[in-house]
Each structure stands twice: as C-alpha cells, then as structure tokens.
Unconditional design. Structure first.
Length: 230
C-alpha cells in the first residue's frame, strides 16, 4: 500500500555502518526529516518511523546468527511499536512486524534485485516516490580492512543510480565509502587524479562543480592552540 504522505518526502535512512554517526551530527545541526527509516539494530538506538528487517524474525528470536545485534533487535520486534517493522514474513511473537510489499515494489519499479536489506529500503523509497534520501551507515567496506559484502554495495549503488534517474536527491554521510563519498574531491575522477593539477569535484550552490585543484581556496592555517572551524 502506498502512503500518499511519502510522495515528495525527505527521508533519513540509518543503517549499521560507522557513518551512522553522521545522522546524530545532522540532528545536532538542526537537520529535519519527514521520516527516519532504520535498518535492524539501529531501530533500538534512534527514533524510528519505519524499521526494515528483511530477515525472518526467527533469525533473531531463535538463533544467535545475528551476533551482537540479536538482543537489540529481539527487544524491539517483540514489543508493540508505534511504527511498522517490515520483514519477509510475520511472526505471532512480533506484534508490529508486517509483510514488506514485495509484489507491489517489484511491479512498480520493474526491478527484482535485492541481495541485502538496504536494497529493499531503496526499492521502497522509489515505490513511495520520495524526493530526498539522506543515507547514513550504509558503508559495506572500509579502507583499513579487507573489502567485504561487495555484492551488497553493488546492489545498493545500482538502486541509487535508479533513484537519481527518477530525480531523487541523494546525500550520503561524508565519512562513508559508499559511492566513494569519503574519497578526496581531487581523487574522485580516475585517471585525472594522476595529473599534476587534478580536477577538484565538489558542490557549489547545490550543483556539481569541477575546477583545478590549484584554484580551490585552502582554509587558513589555525593559530597556535586554536582549532580551525570550517
């Protein structure tokens, strides 16, 4: 069932990766969202309007396969919540768990490519015709450890491409490796990053802007004992 109030909405998605801390920072800096959608255990940490837990509830209630998320998620899903919890199946022990509208989402988007929970969230966002997505904690890989879950990252970046083609505005936590967000602006364009004066990619007044790195003004050097505030 589509929710008419979500068409054109600004949504925050909060997943389990390190860059979820950017969500707390955005709230501290007065960022507002129409709804907050959490994935798995983040529903036990942040105020939630919709929770997505695409594994069967039994994975958390009857096994330890979810590791350290087990207790947090179990506590959330076994209580009556004032928000829906979307999953692939219901469970009589979980009063707020309801079926994810998989048939409707696939029919509406024309895509059946969901190999991780975050991908379902992106598909749901397209189905609901939201206008803006702010993405926190969807990271998948980090530079200081071997890359893993690359299939999940590819799937989610595919969905972000589709969302962008529909005119959905995306913003990603600046510390996240997702879609190379944490890559230095002068290193985002492969090949060009090897030039003596590589192009610097950033946003100016909401529009992508490319200029030589040498033309980018550097922040002033901080005085002794004083931190620079950008």
């Amino acid at each position: 069932m589509k929710h008419e109030n979500l068409k054109g909405a600004k949504i925050a998605i909060v997943a389990m990766g390190r860059s979820q801390l950017g969500f707390a920072m955005s709230l501290a800096h007065s960022e507002k969202f129409d709804e907050v959608w959490t994935i798995n255990a983040t529903a036990g940490v942040y105020r939630t309007d919709r929770m997505f837990m695409m594994d069967p509830p039994s994975r958390f209630l009857d096994t330890e396969n979810a590791g350290t998320q087990t207790d947090v998620v179990s506590e959330v899903i076994t209580k009556k919540q004032d928000f829906p919890i979307y999953s692939c199946t219901t469970d009589e022990r979980c009063p707020s768990v309801e079926l994810f509208p998989i048939q409707e989402v696939i029919k509406d988007t024309g895509v059946c490519y969901f190999n991780n929970t975050a991908a379902y969230v992106f598909g749901y966002a397209m189905y609901q015709e939201v206008a803006e997505l702010s993405i926190f904690g969807i990271d998948f890989s980090y530079s200081n450890m071997p890359h893993y879950a690359e299939a999940g990252r590819a799937c989610c970046e595919f969905w972000c491409g589709l969302l962008t083609s529909k005119g959905v505005a995306l913003s990603i936590s600046p510390d996240s490796p997702f879609m190379d967000t944490n890559v230095k602006p002068e290193e985002k364009l492969y090949g060009y990053h090897r030039l003596p004066d590589p192009p610097h990619v950033d946003y100016v007044d909401g529009m992508l802007h490319i200029r030589p790195l040498s033309e980018v003004e550097k922040p002033p050097e901080p005085k002794d004992g004083v931190l620079y505030k950008g």
